[in-house]
Ligand binder design. Structure first.
Ligand code: SF4
Length: 381
């Protein structure tokens, strides 16, 4: 995880109005040379300056499409800026306004450990079947490269089901049905998606990277279809079944929709689950006067509540489930990177090593080729 020193003056004491004036002046001076991408979890004070807002999949696609822009300022977290660097041309520069904006989930999987895991799993199945890595886009470029090098693909929460189906097909070369998926680094997304696909909890086992063979026996791996890395999102794991029960008690008739990075017990207790874009679409399409409790990052929930005043939209938890690393991107850092660009200086450039880039690109290209459903999935009861 990278760390960036505080900006200091004059940025830290600038008023909201002064920051606004200076950011807009930079955008106007730089014109089409710069594109600002903003993730849905960003605070309103940042997202208002984004040329495009979206989730990881949409922003990955958009980054690759910005062929006319010299600079991509990515208001997200480090792994997203790395993906943008991989998907843009060598003549384009990707900038992350605060290098401390990392992701706790991405930090849970190290590339060397993932390669060790693949080697261990292959030895355990002893040539019967294939292990295909499917890596959530919330991962380092180095882990994506291991994935591409080993015949796998990246996925997002929006297209996870399509990528898992592809992985099982591509690994099942002899038609004997022995293909297995190694899912890295989030266990919850793939477990929930496996259940959506008709698999059971017994088809999933958890690989714990600090234990020999991940703590698994050969029989456990042979019987499983999904081997799940022991990783999670520190934000979404905060939601509990008690939160679901409490909201239903407080608001009779409320519908509960959660992100699949939540624990499986929460996903199963909810009415629906889906990616960020699917949650947005589901609430947008819902009838007036409908009531929704949303289990995802608080900035997005608050934005949905403000936008859909004809519906009731509340956070699933009474606590603020905030992505604190995403929150490090603020107007001060955005102003600082833009003013440097305007002065001809590039700060906080994110570059991925060319060898890593090449293999990671294979995994990302496979991801971008798989579309996801538009709206969220109803939870089977
Ligand atoms: S919400 Fe979770 S997975 Fe997303 S960037 Fe924050 S810590 Fe990472």
């Amino acid at each position: 995880m990278l760390f960036q020193e505080p900006l200091g003056e004059p940025y830290e004491s600038m008023s909201v109005d002064e920051l606004d004036e200076r950011i807009r002046a930079c955008k106007s001076a730089l014109g089409e040379r710069v594109v600002i991408l903003g993730h849905h979890y960003q605070q309103d004070d940042v997202i208002r300056y984004a040329d495009f807002a979206g989730d990881s999949l949409r922003l990955s696609r958009l980054a690759g499409e910005q062929t006319g822009a010299e600079f991509i300022v990515f208001c997200g977290v480090h792994f997203m800026a790395e993906s943008a660097d991989i998907l843009t041309s060598d003549s384009q520069t990707v900038i992350l306004p605060d290098l401390s904006a990392g992701c706790s989930m991405a930090d849970m999987a190290d590339a060397a450990d993932v390669q060790t895991c693949l080697d261990e799993l292959s030895a355990l199945i002893d040539g019967v079947g294939t292990i295909v890595p499917v890596t959530y886009v919330n991962s380092t470029a180095a882990v994506k490269a291991v994935t591409g090098r080993n015949g796998g693909a990246c996925c997002t929460s929006g297209n996870c089901r399509a990528v898992l189906a592809w992985a099982l097909r591509s690994g099942d070369q002899d038609g004997a049905g022995h293909a297995k998926v190694l899912a890295v680094p989030d266990q919850h997304l793939v477990r929930a998606t496996a259940l959506d696909m008709g698999y059971s909890l017994a088809d999933c086992v958890v690989y714990r990277p600090h234990l020999p063979n991940g703590g698994l026996t050969a029989d456990q791996v042979r019987l499983a279809t999904f081997v799940l890395w022991d990783g999670c999102c520190s934000v979404h794991q905060e939601f509990t079944v008690e939160h679901v029960t409490q909201r239903r008690r407080e608001y009779p008739g409320i519908r509960v929709i959660v992100h699949p990075e939540c624990e499986i017990s929460v996903v199963q207790a909810a009415d629906m689950h889906g990616s960020t874009e699917q949650i947005i679409r589901t609430i947008s399409d819902a009838p007036p006067a409908s009531k929704w409790a949303v289990g995802t990052e608080i900035n997005l929930v608050n934005r949905l509540a403000c936008k859909h005043t004809d519906k009731l939209v509340v956070n699933l938890s009474s606590h603020q489930c905030l992505c604190t690393t995403m929150y490090r991107i603020d107007p001060q850092h955005l102003c600082w990177v833009l003013e440097n660009l305007r002065a001809g200086r590039i700060v906080n450039r994110i570059t991925v090593d060319p060898a890593v880039k090449c293999d990671a690109r294979i995994a990302l290209d496979r991801m971008v080729g798989h579309k996801g459903a538009v709206t969220a999935t109803s939870t089977a009861k």
